[in-house]
Design a protein around this ligand. Structure first.
Ligand code: SAM
Length: 299
C-alpha cells in the first residue's frame, strides 16, 4: 500500500456541483495524493489527471489497479495543450500549491519545522530557494519578498541576506530562519510563524506558481465543454486575486453577452469564494486558508 498523507480539501463542496450526474469527464490538473480524483472515480466518472510530481505518479499507478477510468500525465499543467488530449471536459479542477506528501518530504524542504537543504522546489524545475537566496541580487530579492511575501521591510531583509551570504553561503532552512530572526525585520507574525511570508515568497518564485496559473488560465477555455465547470482552490491571496480577476474579466452578464469580446465566458457560481466549514478546519488545519471559486462555461 502506497502511503498518502494528503487529505483532500472541500470535497463535499466540489462534489455538490456534479451530484446526480453520471459518466462525466473530469480533468484534475493537480492530482497530488489523488484524493479528489478518487472521489470522482468512485462515482463512476472518467478522470484525466495531471501532476508534475513523481510521488503522484506512483499514487496514480496504484489507483489504476482499482479503477480503469483514469489516465495520468506527469507534467506541468501549463503543458495542457501539448498532451494531445483530443477532448473537452465536463469538470476541470485546480487545487493549487503543494500536497502534504510534498510538505513532509525533507528533500523538498517546504517546512520551517524541520531542517533541510534549502530547496522548496516541488515541481522539478531549474530554480530553487538555494539559488534565489545565494545568487539573486539585492533588488531581485527585495522584489520577491515584497511581491510574493508582502513583507513591508523587504529592502532591509534583502540587504541583510546579501550581507550574511557574503560571509558564508546559506545552505539550510534552519540557517535561513536564524537569519530571518536576526534581520530586525518586523514580520506579520501574530497568527503565523514569523518565517511564513519569506518562505511563501521563495516557494512561489522557485516554482513559478503565479506564472503557471496565469498561463494555464489563458488556455483552459479550450478544454471546457459547454456548461462545464471550472473549479479552482487557492491557498493565498495572490493566487486568489488572479482567479477572481479571471472570472470577473470573462463573466457573462446576460445570456451570451460576453464581456471579453470572445465567444465564450463563465457564469460565476461563487460571487464570494466558498471556504471550508468550521468542522473541516478543525479536522484539517490546512483547509483554513482555502478559497474555492467556480465558474460555469458557456460558449
Ligand atoms: C494541493 S495538492 C493537490 C491535492 C489533490 N487535490 C488531492 O486531493 O490529493 C497540489 C498538487 O498540485 C501539483 N501542482 C502544483 N502546481 C502544478 C503545476 N504547475 N503543474 C503540475 N502540477 C502542479 C503539486 O505537485 C501537488 O501535487
Amino acid at each position: 500500500m502506497i502511503k498518502n498523507e494528503h487529505v483532500p480539501i472541500m470535497v463535499e463542496e466540489i462534489l455538490s456541483f456534479v451530484n446526480g450526474k453520471n459518466n462525466l469527464s473530469i480533468l484534475d490538473c493537480t492530482f497530488g495524493g489523488g484524493g479528489h480524483s478518487k472521489k470522482f472515480l468512485e462515482r463512476g466518472h472518467f478522470v484525466t489527471a495531471i501532476d508534475q510530481d513523481d510521488y503522484s505518479l506512483n499514487i496514480a499507478e496504484h489507483l489504476k489497479k482499482k479503477y480503469q477510468n483514469i489516465s495520468f500525465y506527469k507534467t506541468n499543467f501549463v503543458n495542457l495543450d501539448m498532451l494531445n488530449l483530443n477532448k473537452k471536459f465536463d469538470f476541470i479542477l485546480l487545487d493549487l500549491g503543494f500536497s502534504t506528501n510534498q510538505l513532509n518530504n525533507n528533500d523538498i524542504g517546504l517546512s520551517f519545522k524541520t531542517d533541510s537543504n534549502l530547496n522548496m522546489n516541488y515541481l522539478g524545475g531549474d530554480l530553487d530557494a538555494y539559488k534565489i537566496i545565494n545568487f539573486y541580487d539585492k533588488e531581485e530579492l527585495q522584489r520577491i519578498f515584497n511581491k510574493y511575501g508582502e513583507i513591508n521591510q523587504s529592502e532591509k531583509l534583502a540587504k541583510y541576506i546579501v550581507n550574511r551570504r557574503s560571509i558564508k553561503k546559506i545552505n539550510t532552512n534552519y540557517e535561513l530562519i536564524e537569519i530571518l530572526r536576526n534581520s530586525g525585520v518586523n514580520f506579520r507574525s501574530k497568527k503565523i510563524h514569523f518565517a511564513t511570508q519569506a518562505f511563501q515568497a521563495l516557494r512561489i518564485e522557485s516554482n513559478h506558481e503565479l506564472e503557471n496559473l496565469i498561463i494555464f488560465l489563458k488556455k483552459v477555455h479550450n478544454f471546457l465543454k459547454f456548461d462545464a465547470y471550472l473549479a479552482i482552490i487557492s491557498f493565498h491571496s495572490l493566487e486568489d486575486r488572479i482567479v477572481k480577476k479571471y472570472f470577473k474579466e470573462n463573466i457573462i452578464k446576460n445570456k451570451k453577452i460576453f464581456q471579453n469580446n470572445k465567444d465564450w465566458g463563465f457564469n460565476n457560481l461563487t460571487k464570494k469564494p466558498l471556504t471550508a466549514s468550521r468542522l473541516e478546519v478543525i479536522k484539517n488545519n490546512r483547509s483554513r486558508s482555502a478559497k474555492l471559486r467556480v465558474g460555469r462555461f458557456i460558449n
